[in-house]
Design a protein around this ligand. Sequence first.
Ligand SMILES: [Zn+2]
Length: 394
Amino acid sequence: MERLFAAGENEIREAYTTDVYFERTKKIISAKGLDGTEVWAEFTLGSLPNKWPWAVLCGTEEILRLAEGMDIDIFGVPEGTIFRSRSPKGIRVPLMNIRGRYAEFGEMETAMLGMLCHPSGVATASARVRCAAKDKKVMAFGNRRMHPAISGVLDRSAYIGGCDDVASKIGGDIIGREAVGTLPHALMLIMGSDEAAFKAFDETIERSVPRIVLVDTFSDEREASVNACNIIKDLKGVRLDTPSSRRGSMREIIQEVRWELDSKGFKDVEIIASGGLDETSIRELMGAGVSGFGVGTSISNAPTLDISMDLVCKNGVSISKKGKFGGRKYTYRCPRCLSMDVSLSDDDDVTCSCGSPMEIAEIPLMRAGKRVHRKDPSEIRDYVLAQLKQLGEL
Ligand SMILES: [Zn+2]
C-alpha cells in the first residue's frame, strides 16, 4: 500500500512537518556558532476571527507532550482559559512563553502553532454552541469534514469547549468517555425500511448503547418516531436529520413530533436534532422540544486562530520585530470580570477597569523539559464552563 498523506507522530517530532526555513535557520545558527543563543518566545494573536469577543485556549497539552525532553521552560495561561487577544491598552496578551536556547525548539514553531491555532478555534466554536444550547446535550459530529488524522484533536477540542460527547472512537479514548452515535442513513437503506433497521439495531447492539434512532429516512418523522417507540421498548431518543429540501420549518417539525410522542405516552423519548446546525440555528430550535443537538461542520470547520510565536528577548535583552512589543511579559487577569492585562513585571499592581486588583494568570507548565502541570480534558472543560458562567454567557 502507498503511504497516506497524513504525518505520523514521529514525523511531527522529528520536524519533518516543519516549514523548511526553520530547518535552514537551525543550520545557519549552528554554522555561525549561535547555538547557545537564549531567547524568550511569546505566543500571542492580534485579533479574533468572526468578531468573536473571546476565545478558548486549547492545545497546550499536546504542546507539552511534544516539548517533553527539550531543555526549555514553558509558562502560560492554563489550557481552557477564555481570553481576549489584547489588553485594554491594545497590547497583545501572551498566552504562552517559552524560555530556552532557540536552537532547542525553534524548529518546532510550525507544529506548536498548529497545535494551538486550530484546536483553539474549534474549542471556541464549541463553547459558542454550548452557550446557544444552554443545558441541552451537544454531540460533536464534525470529524467527517476534516482530515481523519486530526479526529482525536477535533473531538478533544470540541469536548473541552463544552460539547458533552464525541462520535469518534479515538476522540472517546482521548477524553475518557464512550463515543456516542445513533444510526446512519446507510443502515436504513441497507435494511430497506425504518422498522427493519430499528429492529436490527435493537437486536444486535449491546444493551449498554442508548437506543437513539434516525427517523427521517423514508417516511414522515412523526410516524417513524412513533413506530420506533413501539418497536424499541427502552428507546432513548429519535434523531431528526431532515434534509434541507424537506425542512420548511425544522422548529415546527420538531414541535409536531414532540406533541405526537407526548400524546402517545412517550414523554421520556428525547428528540435529537442534527444536520447543518450552528449556534444561530440552535438558538432558533431552543424551546421547540429538542433534548440535544448533533453539531458537525460548524464546530470542526471553525476558523483557526492566528496565533504567532515571536522572539521578545535575546540573551537577556529585550528585542522584537517591527509591529511587536519586546520584553518578557506577564499576563494578568481580573478574577471578577476575567479581563486581561500585560506587564513586564510579575510583581506589579495591576488594577482592572472594573476596580478589582488583577492576578498573575500564567502558571509554570514545563521546567527543563519536565512538565509540571497536568489536567485531564474533563477538568479543562469544567474550567471553560465555569468561566462561561462567570461571563454570563451560559
Ligand atoms: Zn475586572
